[in-house]
Ligand binder design. Sequence first.
Ligand code: PLP
Length: 566
Amino acid sequence: MAEREVFLRFLQSRRVGYFSMEVALQQGMKTYSGGLGVLAGDTLRSAADLEIPMVGVTLVSRHGYFRQSIDANGRQVEQADPWEPRDWAAPLPAKISVQIEGRDVWVAAWLHVVTGLTGFEQPVILLDTDLPENGAEDRQITHFLYGGDASYRLKQEIVLGIGGVRMLDALGFPVHMYHLNEGHSALLTLELLRRHKMSERSVREGEPLYDVPEVRALCHFTTHTPVEAGTDRFRYELVDRVLGPIVDARVLRQVAGAADLNTTRLALNLSEFVNGVAKRHAETSQKMFPGFSVSAITNGIHPTTWASPPIARLFDRFLPGWQIEPELLMRADVALPDDEVWQCHAAARQTLIARVGADAGVALDPDKPILGYARRMTQYKRPDLLFTDFERLKTIAGRHPFQIVLAGKAHPRDEAGRRAIEMLHASAGALRGTIEIVFLPNYDIELAKVLIPGVDVWLNTPQPPMEASGTSGMKAALNAVPNLSVLDGWWAEGHIEGVTGWAIGNGEPADGDAASLYDKLEHVVLPLFERREAWLGVMKGAVSRNASLFHSHRMMRRYAAEAYLR
Ligand SMILES: *Cc1c(COP(=O)(O)O)cnc(C)c1O
């Protein structure tokens, strides 16, 4: 019963229920695919460090996202990537049900605990439908992260949103606020509406059916999508069949959209506080959704998680306290000795070079600068921008030799993303002998921790304004790796030309970004790398002016002060 007592402790403080379809908790837990999950994990880790009581809610995703390998033709091959919840979490003694296609689907829960720097423990609930009570099809609902068709996704969102609220209740969590990390959990607002139905008498007297202001006061929505096309939509025909009448059909169409159920609209309509994940993204969202008020709380990364071991030791020596108060890193430019910063970076580089040797059989040159680019492979991220003009690249490399390390997964059904991976491999082949280009398969948090600190320049080339925030560039800055990026997402706030890194283009959608990228590389970035002292100035500028601000402690303090305390 010791476990039960440990668990009871969690029920004593009021908590924010933090709902996310994916959360990156541990390398061995396959409950994430990319940036959204990493952000959710960093959120819970920072909240634990800062002792802000929350409870994470996600799906157990027993079969994970997928493991990526690359075939002889440079094509992505997907393999199952299962994990064993028992190795990382404890089963909890509660079961709830949700209605799906008119049947009861039972949901169980696992508990994983995130421990902060001071020992503060943050519970995370992993929802699981793989139970003997359920039919074969329903047992699979919590198997595949971002797998299946619209119907499968809707079922997952029912389990996450509606099942999640019911589970927190059944377990006895006193939840005072629901934080929706992206629209996937928006259906939780319907469960809250159902619970806030007006009495028949007040409805007779002309009151609305539900106490909408009461529900709105309970919800906080963080949107991550800068375009309408990116939001989850479900046809009402499907919704009526799969979800059934959880709330009045007319009211549902009022709050979730007339044509189809739009999860972003639903979350916007039923959340009192709404934020975008960077200033520019909040502005874009505000234009997309006139009539709603969208605040900007720029994303951040969890310092302890993302500092490489050598740089963490350096910060410990010269800027003690940085893990709990990352603002202290603002002194990095004056506090850190150049030669020690370079030694730390050289160690991180060596770790990456060894990894490239082991995984790809390629020996990178320790004296040539390494450009790094790794992210979800999809059209708007423009992984092809650097490879627009081979001749130009060869000319640049002739004057200032450099090497490139790449990584990233494409969603299995994103054909353009899959083609981008093929194109990167073809480009590497075409440039062989002139520029060493290596693609490391299966980008995940473990690889990110080796790759990002080990490169010399972190490249990002999204199509503005499509990059809501981006966080890998913040990980680079924390590790004294300057960014060379399009002025979109967080970089529009973090960029100071020649001080924290460099801009590509002017941040407007334009055709000139490839030329701008080549010009910057040839005339600014690569020549500066050859001047060690000046280069170290930018490395330290990235730490003092980017890492001191773009961390998840600042983000969490703002969430706590501006959203959770309302
Ligand atoms: C940080 C991270 C991301 C997010 O990177 P972006 O810059 O937002 O594209 C994605 N995947 C992994 C494994 C990460 O660590």
